[in-house]
Design a protein. Structure first.
Lengths: 572, 173
């Protein structure tokens, strides 16, 4: 067993050690039980008073969604204008320009929806003010939005029949004060002590050993990088994200950043089980997710360790594996692990350039984002998984000829319709988006946009197609990573992915919460011998099969044209 | 918002002030002059210095980027093959099979401060000749500047190019 693989095992092990107690803690926090962080209560009541919120006011699922959408709209409008006028605002030591309206449109949506697709580069496209007051602020609140939505969903299944689902603002504020902020603080300080900049100084200049003049971009990045991972946001301070030596200085910070992005998604699953008093169900869900992750992880790491066959032909030794787009201090193994977790969870931060990974790795990355629920993003992972779960309940119900039910509530036509629509939404957005992009690329190559369509692709052939497919998939999954060779800062990509982002975020939140709200308000039917049990091995297999079959049917043709075709050409 | 955008980053900035680089990034100085950042790679092209990895942005620390070249791109493969030829030209004693992949591929950030141990070993002979040093002395220096896996257990082995080159310059005095 070599040291690089040991690194992966240690990282995952540590993740579980932190995530499981965190899940227990979260369940208590949201149930309003006593926890050690209760000393923060005065801060919370201060916030409630300032904003005129009554945290005791109970809401039903529709009121919850109304609150969620309203506040998100406010953030959208606020951020859009600040980004456009950032050049005229303070805290801009490097003198960076304001954004174009289409770039601002894309950026603000992408940060509001927890995606952090970045069509600008951190060093030159934003200022310290917008990094903190728009982008980092949204990294906190968009993650908290996802968590709050998930808690509403938990609440629907806690009691036998209930339309009283707690208060959205209370869940939202607590997600920040009890979870995101304290963890970020600890992590930011760890990063700062390992070499990530944290002061407000602007660009630096020095003369290198060989006499070249070098400019160095810096800035208060440590706090930003902490929340970008904990909140599964993924947007980097610097253009190249966590492969930048200042953003991710060494192997220790690499482990810390890897752990940070996985703990909350796992903790949410554990919290779900404790919160609704069905721990076994949570473990079954966790099991399916983990197996799914391993099935994507193992081939990824092995294809990266194998190296690039075309370079092997030149007679170069790839003792450590494929190195294009990777950093020596991490190596291909843990970079492969990172690329898996960042795509199955909707983080989208990278420590190596996905565009340069092996064709099959690209395939697993795409598939991870298409499924989007093996752990999944902060809060929303559980919600995405729930859709698959409802479909599995429905299909197994049909197979055995019984009325499908979930946790004592009948699943009827209306709920299944919502689930089916949400399932169809992703392939629709991804495939039609890619189709339109390919059409524009081939027929309107000369369009006078910031980047002409004929110059969009950094790589020819099948790989170029993968670049477009990846961009659309990443937007729909609210992931935010990219095959960054794509020339995406122009009106077509900014606007098209902007809409995909919005639909791909809010419908998959509203859908599951609506189903949960509807189910929760139905009469509770006590379990009997005839009940389909959802916390068994058989049902776990069933859910897994539903996930695989649905995604394979939806995406196989597109994947065959992109990464698979590239893989087989390289075998020649 | 005040809590998140003002208080939180200020606490971090304050704490970061106690770290090695005082929150502005750790700098390396020789003879009172800043010659680089410990974490940022810089361009080395002269034969008497150890070279770093190819960079898609020529080590521009104000505009990081990877090459984003796909593995099957024929232009890219031509580039790799040219890099191999350059290495062989400047290091005539090595064989193709000695060259590790990191020396002919661009890093993700374009600012990778490290090369692999093997990447340093293949350059020892050239540097010894250029600096009229004993090969053994240079080899010892490489070993001294090699960073093993974390706790000896986790992760890869790497060499910080800047620190190694500065150590070389020290030798001369």
């Amino acid at each position: 067993m070599n040291t690089e693989l040991l690194g992966i095992i240690a990282t995952y092990g540590l993740t579980l050690v932190i995530a499981i107690p965190l899940g227990k803690y979260l369940a208590k926090v949201f149930a309003g039980e006593k926890v050690w962080t209760d000393f923060l209560k005065p801060i919370e009541s201060g916030i409630y008073k300032l904003s005129g919120i009554n945290p005791k006011e109970e809401m039903n699922w529709k009121q919850h969604m109304k609150a969620l959408l309203t506040i998100n709209l406010v953030w959208l409008v606020y951020g859009f204008f600040v980004l456009i006028y950032q050049d005229k605002l303070p805290l801009n030591p490097d003198g960076n320009p304001g954004m174009t309206p289409d770039l601002s449109f894309n950026t603000i949506i992408s940060f509001v929806v927890n995606c952090n697709l970045q069509h600008y580069s951190g060093e030159s496209g934003v200022t310290y003010l917008t990094q903190h007051f728009v982008l980092m602020f949204l990294q906190f609140v968009s993650a908290a939005t996802g968590i709050a939505a998930a808690v509403v969903f938990f609440k629907a299944f806690r009691d036998k029949t209930s339309t009283q689902l707690g208060n959205f603002w209370e869940f939202f504020i607590k997600s920040i004060t009890r979870l995101l902020l304290p963890l970020s603080l600890v992590m930011a300080i760890i990063l700062a002590f390992n070499g990530t900049p944290s002061s407000y100084e602007g660009k630096d200049q020095f003369i290198s050993v060989q006499g070249d003049t070098v400019n160095v971009s810096r800035g208060p990045a440590a706090g930003f990088i902490a929340i970008k991972h904990l909140g599964t946001n993924g947007g980097g301070w610097f253009g190249v994200n966590s492969s930048h030596p200042l953003e991710n200085p060494n192997y220790i910070t690499n482990i810390v950043e890897l752990i940070a992005q996985v703990i909350i998604p796992i903790a949410m699953v554990i919290a779900f089980g404790i919160f609704i008093r069905r721990r076994k169900l949570a473990w079954v869900i966790f099991g399916v997710m983990t197996i799914g992750m391993l099935l994507l992880l193992i081939p990824t790491v092995s294809s990266e360790l194998g190296g690039n066959p075309a370079i092997a032909k030149m007679g170069i030794s790839q003792a450590t594996g494929a190195m294009e787009g990777k950093e020596v201090r991490f190596g291909p193994a843990i970079s492969g692990y990172w690329s898996t977790v960042t795509t199955i969870i909707s983080t989208g931060s990278v420590n190596s350039m996905h565009d340069s990974t092996m064709p099959l790795t690209g395939l697993w990355q795409l598939l991870g984002m298409m499924i989007n629920s093996f752990y999944g993003g902060c809060g929303v992972g559980v919600l995405n998984y729930f859709i698959y779960l409802i479909l599995a309940v429905f299909i197994s119900g049909l197979m055995v000829g019984r009325t499908p039910e979930f946790l004592g509530h009948k699943v009827e036509a209306r709920e299944v319709k919502i689930a089916a629509l949400i399932t169809l939404l992703s392939p629709f957005l991804i495939l039609s988006g890619t189709a339109i992009a390919s059409y524009v690329f081939t027929t309107h190559g000369e369009a006078a946009w910031a980047v002409q369509p004929k110059n969009w692709l950094n790589n020819p052939g099948f790989h170029g197609f993968s670049e477009m497919l990846y961009e659309m998939t990443s937007s729909n999954a609210n992931n935010g990573s990219g095959f960054e060779g794509l020339g995406d800062n122009n009106i077509f990509w900014n606007v098209a992915t902007g809409f995909v982002l919005l639909l791909g975020r809010f419908l998959p939140i509203i859908g599951p919460v609506a189903i949960a709200g509807l189910l929760g308000s139905k009469k509770y039917i006590p379990e009997s011998a005839g009940t389909l049990k959802t916390d068994t091995m058989t049902f776990a297999l069933m859910t897994f099969a539903v996930i695989i079959v649905l995604n394979a049917l939806s995406y196989f043709p597109a994947l065959a044209l992109g990464p698979l075709a590239e893989y087989f050409t390289m075998l020649k | 918002m005040v809590l998140l955008c003002v208080i939180y980053p200020l606490i971090v900035a304050f704490a970061g002030g106690f770290s090695k680089g005082k929150g502005g990034g750790e700098k390396i100085t020789t003879n009172g002059k800043v010659v680089g950042y410990a974490l940022l790679g810089q361009s080395f092209t002269k034969p008497e210095y150890f070279w770093g990895r190819p960079s898609a942005v020529d080590y521009n620390a104000a505009g990081s980027a990877g090459s984003n070249k796909g593995p099957s791109n024929s232009d890219y493969l031509q580039q790799v093959s040219d890099r191999i030829d350059t290495l062989l030209k400047y290091n005539p004693t090595i064989k193709k099979a000695d060259i590790p992949a990191d020396m002919v591929t661009a890093s993700g950030s374009g600012l990778d401060p490290n090369i692999s141990e093997q990447g340093a070993i293949i350059q020892i002979k050239r540097i010894a000749v250029a600096r009229q040093l004993d090969e053994k002395t240079v080899a010892e220096l490489v070993v001294k500047n090699t960073q093993g896996p974390l706790l000896g257990l986790f992760g890869p082995t790497s060499v910080n190019v800047l620190k190694l080159n500065l150590a070389l310059d020290e030798l001369k005095k």
